[in-house]
Design a protein around this ligand. Sequence first.
Ligand code: FAD
Ligand code: FES
Length: 281
Amino acid sequence: MVKIVKKERLSEQVLRYRLDAPRIARKRKAGQFIIIRPTQDSERIPLTIAGANPDEGWIEIIFQVVGRTTFLLSALNEGSYVLDLAGPLGKPTHVEKFGKALCIGGGVGVAPLYPIICALKAAGNEVVSIIGARSKSLLILENEIKDQSDRIYTATDDGSYGHKGFVSDIFNSLNNANEIFDVAYVIGPVMMMKVVSSLTIAAGIKTFASLNPIMIDGTGMCGGCRVTVFNETKFACVDGPEFDAAGIDWKELMNRLNSYKLFESEARQKQHSCRLEGVDK
Ligand SMILES: Cc1cc2nc3c(=O)[nH]c(=O)nc-3n(C[C@H](O)[C@H](O)[C@H](O)COP(=O)(O)OP(=O)(O)OC[C@H]3O[C@@H](n4cnc5c(N)ncnc54)[C@H](O)[C@@H]3O)c2cc1C
Ligand code: FES
């Protein structure tokens, strides 16, 4: 059992939890994640470690309520306990002094991007961040990212905040103004990562994307997170989650994610009807 020492709502559907996990706080590095099981009858899901304090012994997760398990997690109160978690998992982000780094995040992908931005800044890079969401109420961590970036741009699909349109539009403007970057990190929905990385790669920027296939054990045993990179089979939980975007088989990743949609929608509907009946299970 792991205690929720702090619970904070960042937007309507996005929460930040501080969890009492001293051993993970000591070991974790940017880019790593945990597998968490909030309650006895919930699934195990991966969430990025968004921050940590080894002296005080806590880690932070930031998550969007999208389905049954994230809903069950969101229903827990400050001071209560999640059933179990394992971590830190995955390979840490490769961080060095590249020069000028471009960090592009979409939706809740901004949460896993944040620790990478911090690590790139701490390594002495100039950091330019572009973050986007469907609308202003879903845009998260703007102030935190502003503090760690030399420049920040924002975009919303509906124009309720920042540029009206996509993060890729902002990259195109910077690229058209002949701005040069030494490396790019892209995290967000699969389609967004596919589109943005095709643009950054075409502009000659070495680009890394953090992949989000279904993960179950998080230790390379179940094969659930299989992806193909440069025609080789990789397991995102142990070989990633970040990969060189130039080699990612995006079509396969989208097909594999889509194959679970029916089950996820059934679980969401079941959750919804339980809530309507006041039987939260
Ligand atoms: C390495 C990694 C890090 C992640 N970090 C974050 C984060 O920091 N914050 C955040 O909000 N989300 C993060 N995610 C996504 C998060 O795991 C899913 O939103 C969550 O699993 C949804 O579960 P659900 O039951 O609430 O929703 P469901 O309705 O079951 O699923 C909604 C969508 O979430 C994804 N998903 C569902 N189950 C899993 C699973 N077991 N493994 C991976 N993806 C799944 C699928 O794309 C699915 O379509 C991360 C995913 C990965 C792979
Ligand atoms: S989650 Fe099982 S092999 Fe990666």
